[in-house]
Design a protein around this ligand. Structure first.
Ligand SMILES: Nc1ncnc2c1ncn2[C@@H]1O[C@H](COP(=O)(O)OP(=O)(O)O)[C@@H](O)[C@H]1O
Ligand SMILES: N[C@@H](CCC(=O)OP(=O)(O)O)C(=O)O
Length: 367
């Protein structure tokens, strides 16, 4: 078998339930058996598991609940402990310890918390413990949620420094149309770049069990590939699928990683969903795009959202085009005050300063 690899395996609700209303233990144990073999062969496996809400519903006997966020959080709170218990039991059959990590977007968009989460994840792996990750649904509000486990798994793959990301679902891969309602849809075996044409064929979840369908899987593949991580979408029910991904046997849809991935320190900027947005003028855009400069407050026109110093923000043109993502040197209130002003006026306006730039070039990724 190939030399030691780090693989993030994301299991959607569709795989864990096998399309039913309950967790399919027989099927999950088979996936754990595959992971245990690879673990024994020296590979580092990270599990990103959905299924907390499904487990909660099952445990409570399918209660009639109002369609509110609080109901979803209730189900996730009940289900997460059942879910982790199941993973724990199944991995213990093979003498493997697991470590639970419940994350939200807020843990990944602040650099210090990102580095903390990364240290924990890597410490687990270094000690041969399998990290089992889910979103912390019980406490996450809309503002701090990643929102779906496909995108969460791409961020986990960046955190883990993974070689590959495997998204296991109920379809053999990405098709030219949703196979549930298009009998002529064909499997796409290889994707070298994710464009709008591809995005239009990736539909939402129709099972009602999963979140995001193929659309969020494409977003995840895009994030991971830009970070240099090959991403594969394949069927969780295919025998030996995880080992095939490790050995590089063609399976499902493979998204090829970019050959010149973002440098390490910039990956988290790209992975982090923006906490706010600023609109900049045309002069600032040519400075950023043509001269490779930092963004100065002078070029900032308007600010939306509330963000702290150090958070990732989106930089857009007056026409609404996405120009870059970057780490803001000033919080949103300060940015509103210094917008349009020369850098030498910052300390007079604010009474302090964190340097002349609004977003430094080194902390920026051009879209
Ligand atoms: N182009 C496509 N190719 C394959 N599946 C698609 C496509 N468009 C939409 N889908 C749907 O996406 C579903 C898988 O996503 P989802 O229900 O969120 O599963 P999971 O729980 O595994 O994340 C499939 O069951 C399928 O109906
Ligand atoms: N965190 C949620 C799952 C969210 C999600 O993205 O689900 P899925 O599309 O099935 O991977 C849960 O544990 O129920």
């Amino acid at each position: 078998m190939s030399s030691s690899q780090t693989l993030v395996v994301k299991l959607g609700t569709s795989v864990l339930t096998g399309g039913s209303r309950r967790l399919n233990r027989a099927h999950i144990v088979e996936l754990v058996r595959q992971c245990a073999r690879l673990h024994a062969a020296g590979h580092r496996i990270v599990i990103v598991t959905s299924g907390a809400m499904a487990a909660g519903r099952e445990h409570l006997g399918y209660p009639e609940l109002p369609p509110t966020i609080a109901s979803k959080q209730l189900l996730a709170a009940v289900g997460q402990s059942r879910l982790i218990q199941l993973w724990e039991q199944l991995f213990s059959i093979y003498g493997i310890h697991i470590g639970q990590m419940l994350l939200t977007r807020a843990d990944l968009e602040d650099r210090e918390r990102f580095l903390n989460a990364r240290d924990t994840l890597r410490a687990l792996l270094d000690n041969h413990i399998v990290p089992v990750i889910n979103e912390n649904d019980a406490v996450a509000t809309a503002e701090i949620k990643v929102g779906d486990n496909d995108n969460l798994s791409a961020l986990a793959a960046i955190l883990a420094g993974a070689d590959k990301l495997l998204l296991l679902t109920d379809q053999p891969g990405l098709f030219t149309g949703d196979p549930r309602n298009d009998p002529n849809a064909e499997l796409i075996a290889d994707v070298h770049s994710i464009d709008d044409a591809l995005r239009t064929i990736a539909g939402d979840s129709v099972s009602g069990l999963g979140t995001g369908g193929m659309a969020t899987k494409l977003q995840a593949a895009d994030v991971a590939c830009r970070a240099g991580i090959d991403t594969i979408i394949a069927a969780g029910s295919k025998p030996g699928v995880i080992a095939e991904v490790i050995t590089g046997t063609p399976v499902g849809t493979r998204f090829h990683a970019m050959e010149t991935p973002l440098e390490n320190r910039k990956r988290w900027i790209f992975g982090a969903p923006p906490a706010g947005e600023i609109i900049v003028d045309d002069g600032a855009i040519s400075a950023i795009l043509e001269r490779g400069s930092s963004l100065l407050p002078k070029g900032v026109r308007t600010i939306s959202g509330n963000f702290s110093r150090g958070e990732v923000i989106r930089i857009r043109s007056l026409q609404g085009l996405d120009i870059a993502h970057g780490v803001s040197r000033y919080n949103s209130d300060a940015m509103r005050m210094i917008a349009g002003h020369h850098s030498r006026q910052i300390s007079t306006i604010l009474g302090y300063e964190y340097g002349p730039v609004a977003v430094h070039r080194d902390d920026m990724i051009v879209s």
